[in-house]
Design a protein around this ligand. Structure first.
Ligand code: SAH
Length: 355
């Protein structure tokens, strides 16, 4: 059975070479070819002997994702549509943050990529388009790495968020392998603290992540301050209710000493009352070192009744949380014009074959 090259960790390349009686420095050559020279065909790895390249072609094929569309929003956000080797389509978003350079010109100071971990999503959150048509399949680690490799021609990434299609904790092993590959010093080498995973609250994932001993950032999509409302918005809450979720968050922060960021998408008339804000403040305080990101809803086609709250509601929420000494920020949604904002990744430009 062939193993995709982009799924092999640096130590595994070393083990493979050892097993075949090959010299260990070949691992460096392989990793440089893959992640510094960005080869997409082993024949481009000219530092390797020809017969070894033939072995690699057969045993460790490089399987790039094909870019089939790139949509740029006026704010510079790009949505790439990628075709996997079996024809399935995946979306990834690249979000630049601009600043001024010394001459007063425009300069990209941060480049964040938002990646998908599944094709579709099984979680079925009411306000999210990604889950509105269910799940096709989970992605392999090399397919997740392929998203990052496909985006590199648009600039050097500074941050990665696992907030595209899919639930990372429902595809834990492949997602974690992909993040370790992306984080590897001799791989793409993106620092762990620049990588954020977001979960809707698949509780077993918290303990697993804590035991990895890695420095990834963790976000939790909360979106409601009590079970009654959360059950309505997020079916996952019926399996792992808030008390269990918050206990898992608490354990995670105590064990890792790392902050958890709660995401709260504010939906007009649904979860936007002062009472909701007060209750949210009380609940998140059950978790030491918690932060809250408030996000105005991005409207989605399948739920026209869900609308974006006015700025005054966002500010009321911010005020209530701050008065309760909860660290809070309002996040603006980027890429709306190219249907690339939170919860909009649903392959809407595509034939309905996929999901
Ligand atoms: N499954 C993971 C990651 C994907 S979603 C999770 O649930 O966290 C990334 C974030 O976008 C989540 O916080 C999700 O709840 C939020 N989101 C989904 N639909 C949205 C919408 N229509 N408007 C604003 N945020 C949305």
């Amino acid at each position: 059975m062939a193993t995709p090259a982009w799924s092999v960790l640096p130590d595994e390349w070393k083990a493979f070479l050892k097993e075949r009686g090959l010299r260990p420095f070949r691992a460096d050559q392989i990793l440089q070819s893959l992640y510094r020279d960005y080869i997409t065909d082993w024949d481009q790895a000219t530092t390797l002997p020809k017969d070894f390249r033939e072995t690699l072609k057969v045993e460790f094929p490089i399987i790039p994702a094909e870019e089939v569309a790139c949509d740029t929003a006026p704010d510079g956000t790009k949505k790439l549509l990628l075709k996997m080797s079996d024809g399935e389509l995946v979306e990834t978003v690249i979000i630049p943050v601009f600043g001024k350079n010394a001459d007063g010109g425009k300069e990209t100071v941060r480049l964040t990529q938002c990646i998908s971990t599944q094709i579709g999503c099984a979680m079925g959150c009411a306000f999210c388009a990604s889950g509105s048509k269910g799940i096709v399949r989970s992605m392999r680690s090399d397919e997740i790495v392929a998203e990052v490799m496909a985006a590199r021609k648009y600039g050097t990434l500074t941050n990665l968020v696992v907030m595209g299609m899919g639930e990372p904790f429902a595809n834990y092993d492949e997602t974690m392998r992909a993040l370790k590959l992306i984080n590897a010093g001799r791989g793409p080498n993106l620092g762990a603290r620049h990588i954020t995973l977001s979960t809707c609250g698949v509780v077993p994932g918290f303990e697993r992540l804590a035991s990895e001993g890695l420095q990834f950032e963790l976000s939790v999509s909360l979106h409601a301050p009590n079970d009654e409302l959360r059950n309505d918005l997020m079916p996952v809450n019926r399996k792992w209710p808030m008390a269990e979720l918050l206990a898992a968050c608490r354990e995670y922060t105590l064990k890792t000493k790392r902050i958890i960021t709660f995401e709260y998408t504010v939906i007009k008339g649904v979860n936007d009352s002062r009472a909701c804000a007060e209750e949210l403040a009380r609940r998140v305080k059950e978790v030491p070192m918690a932060k809250v990101n408030l996000i105005p809803l991005s409207p989605v086609d399948h739920r026209p009744a869900f609308t974006t709250p006015p700025a005054s509601t966002m500010l009321m929420f911010l005020d209530v949380l701050m008065k309760n000494r909860v660290q809070t920020m309002i996040r603006r949604s980027r890429g709306k014009e190219s249907q690339a904002a939170c919860g909009q990744l649903r392959l809407r430009s595509l034939p309905s074959k996929t999901i």
